[in-house]
Design a protein around this ligand. Structure first.
Ligand code: FES
Length: 135
């Protein structure tokens, strides 16, 4: 498996600061099978944080409405099912039924104004307009 490829998820400025957006990707697992992989990307100024969009409590997507990931104050991720709250920078659950557990982090970096994802192999999904960027 080639893990040196960086995939451009979207331009940094496509996500306003202090907002989050979900992406439906297809990841090729170690067994060579491509499976749906949903992630959430949070932007805070020039920083970005990525997590697998899966609540550690019941395993559901966090957003009960598309791209509604943040609490009313915009300072924590919230699960729409039972209201668990997660720190933006660590993914740790600080309140709710899975308190003490954490979202699974996704390694992201910003390169030339784009939010990039590495360390995984993705199948290009035309619906998301995802562009693999092999540099
Ligand atoms: S499923 Fe997320 S808090 Fe219960």
């Amino acid at each position: 498996m080639n893990t040196s490829i960086a995939y451009v998820i979207c331009a940094l400025n496509e996500i306003p600061s202090q907002r989050a957006r979900g992406f439906h990707l297809m990841r090729v697992d170690d067994d060579g099978v491509a499976r749906p992989w949903r992630i959430v990307v949070v932007r805070w100024g020039r920083q970005v944080f990525g997590y697998v969009n899966k609540c550690p409590h019941d395993g559901v997507n966090l957003d009960w409405e598309r791209d509604q990931f943040l609490d009313p104050n915009g300072i924590r991720l919230i699960c729409g099912k039972h209201g668990a709250l997660f720190e933006l920078g660590t993914g740790r659950c600080v309140d709710g039924p899975c308190k003490g557990q954490a979202l699974q982090p996704v390694a992201l970096h910003v390169l030339d104004g784009d939010i990039c994802l590495g360390g995984v192999t993705l199948v290009e999904d035309e619906d998301d307009g995802l562009d693999p960027d092999a540099d």
